[in-house]
Design a protein around this ligand. Sequence first.
Ligand SMILES: [Zn+2]
Length: 621
Amino acid sequence: MNLPGAEEAKEAVRGATDIVQLIGEKVRLRRVGTRWSGLCPFHNEKTPSFTVNPERQIWHCFGCSKGGDVFAFLMETDKVTFPEALGILAERAGIELPKGERGPGAAVRDRLMQANALASDFFQDSFRSEAGAKARDYLAGRGFAGSILDDFHVGWAPDQWEALATALGKLLPAKTLEDAGLTIRRGDGSHYDRFRNRIIFPVETAPGKTAGFGARAIVPEDQPKYLNSSESAVFRKGSLLFGLPQARSAIRERKVILVAEGYLDVLRLHAAGFTNSVATCGTALTPEHARSLARFEVDVVLVYDGDAAGVRAADRGLDPLLGAGLAVRVLLLPSGEDPDSFLAKSSRDAFAALLAEARDVPGFLAEATIGSGPAGADPTLEARVRRFVGLLQRVEDPIRRRLLVRRGAEAFGLEEGVLLEAAAKGTPGAGLKSPRLARSGEGGPDRGAAKAPGAAPGAGTAEGESGTPRSTVPAEKIDPAERELAARALTEEGALRAIVEAGGIACFATAELREILGPWLEAGQPPLGEERDRLIGEHPLVRGILAIHPVEDAVSLEEQQRTARGLIERLEERRLRAAIQTLDRAIREAEQSRDSSLDRLVAERRDLASKLHQRSQSSVS
Ligand SMILES: [Zn+2]
């Protein structure tokens, strides 16, 4: 190919850059096994905790948690943007970058969009077919029928393993369907449908452009209730808004966007005439969402459930929205009600009345039960004011900020001067030095993740880490077997499957790992190339783990599964032994104090010991 796409060019530049040589020009590196190590250039240290892993093309500092790929290194040392870093390294490698208006990876995205468009047609046809009757009945039972279903191109995934794979397999390569997250590859190379026995909501970016799907189970046994397309070059939950194409003209007309949380919420709102409604696709609001909302230059109303989770979600959404320069109001429905359930019971006038009463940010913070304390705890006035001041610092527009200060003074009953002074000083703990570095949540694929503008996916975000270093468990502190299992879960489909079979996230004891890996285990797939790059860029723990764990030559799925099972067994055995030790201590104490719980403890220990015995028997045979 003479003119590769920008995504390909980025890969080519990365592949052509010798990461050890590049970093070696600025850091004195010594070889340690397959890795290289040296004194970190980004923090002061006497013993080296800076690591370069040439096989994975990543660098990571265990001391200050900075790290990423070659682009991230250049961005950090030379303080350049991602496009500049790409340009510098391309020139070094003698690679010509593509010019033109089309962004990176356009050809790949076109292919995936095409696959999704065909899949959407297939799902809609099957929705109207005889087999789709149970989906139509289900929706009719909840009061959804007629044109609203057509407007949103609602579909049905048949209760079969290969309906879509067979139908679309005649038109597209199996690999394309797999890349689009529509099918999943089995060990023998054949494919099965990702969505089965589910109502399908296509997530569209423009009329006829389908980025992916949300799929709702209609029987309680089918878990999870909602399943989305896996993340791909076109389906990035952190930037997609369901219902946007359908809502576009109403948003322009009414100068306001209602943001809800669910697919059915959007359908219900549109059906009730609130056609300026959209929803996130099972994620918190991210800065990317906020930026696409900001393009409309209208106000945003968050319409969430008034329960604790809804309040928290609304609170978290304020950072990215205010950071993007949006005026925000919050409508909290009665606890336990989402827009769908509320409008199913109440009139549209009742909803309109609530909407008219939606609180502005100071009003919301002054009234709602929010804060960083334990769930349900009512934070002090001081905590609320501090939160408000933290948010004020995100608002760049001086007029809007001034108006917010005035409203805040009213809502909290404080002098404006106090708020102004606090905002000018900055609040320690708010950690909001720059809205550019805004992060929406604690991270993890399902929380969505902020990225410095201009940083392309996979560029690594060393820059982001310098703003507000998240608290993270150092990779070396984690049990080596658990660490290896995590590394394999992030890179090997076979390992991921073995973990899912063995109980999923329960295999991991480290909370942060559970949070990072949870969504991938739920999806039944390890992160794809670009997604993995993003995780490496955003999570020091992921980077640390992968920096330590060596790359293996290609092994079969079965072998991957076997190795992972071995690790899981070792971990379980170790946990059993630890539990027995704890019991032994308790037994000794009970013996000494002639405690009545002694019999129970002894029985419990016998139970655990026999479990451990069975385990070692079965692993011998
Ligand atoms: Zn460092």
